[in-house]
Design a protein around this ligand. Sequence first.
Ligand SMILES: [Zn+2]
Length: 152
Amino acid sequence: MFCRARIQPKVKSFIWRFARGIVPTKEALARRHVQLPNQVCAFCEGELETDLHLFKNCNVVACFWLYSTLGLKARNHQSSSLSGWILDMMEVLRAQQLDIFFMAAWTIWVERNNAVWNGSDFVPVHAASWSMNLHEYQMQSSDQFSVTQSID
Ligand SMILES: [Zn+2]
């Protein structure tokens, strides 16, 4: 219970931002005139870190989605904005899959922060299992808990 209380508000606050497309990516910070050493994606180090790139279109992240239990082909999905993609996912995924989807997005954000602040490497297959374990852990912690409730 202690652990869950420690994790949940962070996850909740992230999902709230993620669902609204207001995650503080490098591109979003630069638009607010925050000085950054660079604006490139920490995973592929090749493209501008927009939210759409970071969570969906990045090559590295595309592997992660494919390895996840959802087996998503994120790059094949046509959407011009992150929130558009999320809305589409909310339509096609069942409630439990949607929980996995949001937990996976949280994993990407955690790994991205590790990469930005600690210079660690993102290994899609490890992150995918990390995300599943976290999801199962949350499920066991509370029968009532649903990630999607965080959005309301
Ligand atoms: Zn990238």
